[in-house]
Design a protein around this ligand. Sequence first.
Ligand code: FES
Ligand code: FES
Length: 151
Amino acid sequence: MTSLKINGRLFTLDADPKMPLLWALRDLMGLTGTKYGCGAGLCGACTVHVDGEPMRACLTSIQSLEGKSVTTIEGLADDKLKDSWRRHKVPQCGFCQAGQLMSAAALVSKHPRPSDSQIDEAMAGNLCRCGTYTRIRAAIKDYQGKQEAKS
Ligand code: FES
Ligand code: FES
């Protein structure tokens, strides 16, 4: 048995401890917002947060997560960031966007006003076959503007 804390809820799974988190989320817990892209840590579609840090769910075994706190796109609480994504109509097919948002959320939680190079570094591991990169950048910048307007 493996106990996992996902989006603030405790789940006990009767599964192979080496099972990748992505499989557990999608197949055992019905949390299908996290997407399977490459399964090899290359595309970022499966990005979740583990104790606030972006991680690849396809490469992370459930046994490595005992005692840790996992957040998926279903539990992402930053509505301002989601609003910014909507305002800029970022998604095209949408397949990569849960992972993109999770990487961006981890970035702005540490750096609410990230520099261009911080954006580049934080988002470099998230691929988008539709090429939404300029909209993603604009949405992160717009979030930054909203944060500045607030302060
Ligand atoms: S599915 Fe995990 S990085 Fe591509
Ligand atoms: S929006 Fe289609 S892959 Fe990114």
